[in-house]
Design a protein around this ligand. Structure first.
Ligand SMILES: NC(=O)C1=CN([C@@H]2O[C@H](COP(=O)(O)OP(=O)(O)OC[C@H]3O[C@@H](n4cnc5c(N)ncnc54)[C@H](O)[C@@H]3O)[C@@H](O)[C@H]2O)C=CC1
Ligand SMILES: O=C(O)CCC(=O)C(=O)O
Length: 527
């Protein structure tokens, strides 16, 4: 039974599928301190949060059973991704569910500052009938600058067009073609500052975007510009904004997010007549909360049940067509890794993976993760496909991926060479139609082995009678041989024997085998 902890008031409707899952037990809690969460997180397999709960390094390390942290929303800045990756914890988000809600709040904010609605409301309910102070501006024919043209920025741009605005978009990933399709002009931050009547930001908060709008940008802005931030506090320099309003450059600002949330009671925005604020409500609609909770619950179930998943934030996204093409190879890749990892003693220094045949047409990096996971699992605990590449890097294991256009014998071929300071082994495997996964080469020897169960890998000199001696020794110790493969390059030269046995070979029998004079090496493998 998997235990899932749901925090931050995530929609009950949205997590219905978790309540209904027979293999899941759900607990809901709100407002736990870091100490309180750290004290209980060790019991749970999955943690679901919005933005209030900070999933810190401490929480991750206390979460000894934690397999997944689900963020019911877009931004994952409240989750320590590096700490998660190190521990092999998958972090997922729900990137699509709150796009419209946040876009609509942005528009509501834009219209509210264009017409000073909150300020006018406050006076009116206070008993004043002030029709002179609140003369607003129209949106029509105004220029809107959008910084960050992803999901939300693009939706804002679409709506702005419907209001008769001209839109200039800035985003390093926005191409001319896409800009044209959405009907926006491509511009730089400088263009936007110089031309825009309204500026809205829709980027994540990163080192690059922190204070991307600050004093130098305000100084070049058109007088009377209005600023909206429904993305993340810190993208716009709060102090510089207040100065720009007070000096008459900026006519008004609307903020849903703050550098520190909640803001301190004396925060300069809170009593400023030209700044309106909301308490991070971008995603707070019934629909968005249901959408993000559904999306994240679905993914959490996939991860707990070890089924394919998307939207992992600490792993590269794999498009569905690539995942479908690679899925059948994942087990083979892991088995090749497991096999090879058991053939060496010292620390692994290099892994060279070569993909041939059908596999050259796809991005094979997810398959490489499975191979590396298999190799490292022999030496390290807790390796999974999330942390495999990270663990390889932190242990100075070089992973080299190559492609050969064709395999002379097989339609697809995965060859892996594993190197330590002293040893080097090669293993190749394929997926054969009708036969499934096969190991087809060990070092220089062609073989045909199903990669599963208990195996004995024996190196020996090719002499008459050796197979009989090995068979007799195993038989007399009640180890039944299921299959046997012998590989050699030349008669009488070095050869290998691969046996599959119905049960593991006892240690003392391995010792007796190693003492047979014709055998040069005996390795027991479990796949
Ligand atoms: N107020 C709220 O409740 C909500 C806030 N958000 C915030 O809105 C942000 C945007 O959300 P989405 O549009 O869904 O994300 P997205 O990932 O679709 O779009 C973000 C865009 O920002 C662009 N970008 C990144 N660095 C940039 C830079 N230096 N300059 C210009 N553009 C840059 C990216 O290329 C991308 O196109 C999120 O990162 C999140 O922080 C999201 C949902 C709700
Ligand atoms: O969960 C929330 O309300 C915050 C939404 C948000 O900021 C996000 O999805 O990035």
């Amino acid at each position: 039974m998997f235990k899932v902890l749901v925090m931050d008031g995530i929609s009950d409707m949205g997590i219905q599928m978790l309540y209904e899952a027979p293999d899941v037990e759900v607990e809901k809690k709100n407002g736990l301190s870091e100490d309180e969460l750290a004290a209980i997180i060790g019991e749970y397999d999955a943690l679901l949060v919005r933005s209030a709960t900070k999933v810190t390094e401490r929480i991750m390390s206390a979460g000894t059973k934690l397999k997944v942290v689900g963020r019911a929303g877009v931004g994952v800045d409240n989750i320590d991704l590096e700490a998660a990756t190190k521990r092999g914890i998958v972090v997922i988000n729900a990137p699509d569910g709150n796009t419209i809600a946040t876009c609509e709040l942005t528009f509501a904010m834009m219209m509210a500052i264009a017409r000073s609605i909150p300020q006018a409301y406050k006076k009116t309910v206070g008993g004043e009938w002030d029709r002179k102070t609140f003369v607003g501006v129209e949106l029509r024919n105004k220029v809107l600058g959008v910084l960050g043209m992803g999901r939300i920025g693009s939706e804002v741009a679409k709506r702005a067009k419907a209001f008769g605005m001209q839109v200039i978009g800035y985003d390093p990933f926005l191409t001319e073609e896409r800009a044209e399709k959405i009907g926006v002009k491509l511009g730089t931050v400088n263009d936007i500052c110089a031309k825009a009547d309204f500026i809205t930001v829709h980027t994540p908060l990163t080192n690059e975007t922190r204070h991307m709008i600050s004093r130098p940008q305000f100084e070049t802005m058109k007088k009377g510009v209005r600023i909206i931030n429904c993305a993340r506090g810190g993208i716009i320099d709060e102090q510089a904004l207040v100065e720009a309003i007070d000096s008459g450059i900026v006519a008004g600002a609307a903020f849903d997010v703050f550098e520190q949330e909640p803001p301190a009671p004396d925060h300069p925005f809170l009593n400023h007549p030209k700044i309106i604020v909301t308490p991070h409500l971008g995603a707070s609609t019934v629909e968005a909360q249901e959408n993000v909770a559904i999306d994240v619950s679905e993914e959490v179930l996939h991860i707990l049940r070890e089924q394919p998943f998307k939207n992992a934030v600490n792993m590269p996204t794999v498009p569905a067509n690539v995942l479908n093409a690679l899925q059948p190879y994942f087990n083979l890749g892991e088995k090749l890794g497991l096999f090879l990892g058991q053939t060496v003693d010292g620390p692994v220094s290099e892994i060279v993976v070569n993909y041939a045949g059908d596999l050259v047409d796809v991005d094979t990096s997810p398959l490489t993760r499975h191979i590396v996971k298999g190799i490292l699992s022999n030496q390290l605990e807790g390796v999974n496909i999330v942390n495999a590449m990270h663990l390889a890097k932190t242990r100075d294991v070089k992973v080299i991926v190559q492609q050969s256009s064709a395999s002379p014998t097989f339609t697809n071929l995965v060859s892996v060479t594993l190197k330590t300071k002293q040893q080097q082994h090669l293993l190749a495997g394929t997926l054969l139609a009708g036969y499934g996964e096969r190991i087809v080469q060990i070092d220089q020897y062609p073989v045909d082995i199903a990669p599963s169960g208990n195996l004995l890998l024996i190196s020996h000199n090719d002499r008459p009678g050796i197979i009989g001696k090995v068979g007799t020794l195993l038989g007399s110790n009640d180890v039944n041989i299921a299959t046997m493969q012998v590989g050699r390059k030349v008669i009488g030269g070095q050869a290998i024997m691969v046996l599959t046995t119905d049960k593991p070979t006892p240690k003392d029998v391995i010792v007796q085998l190693s003492q047979l004079p014709e055998l040069t090496d005996v390795i027991e493998l479990t796949l």
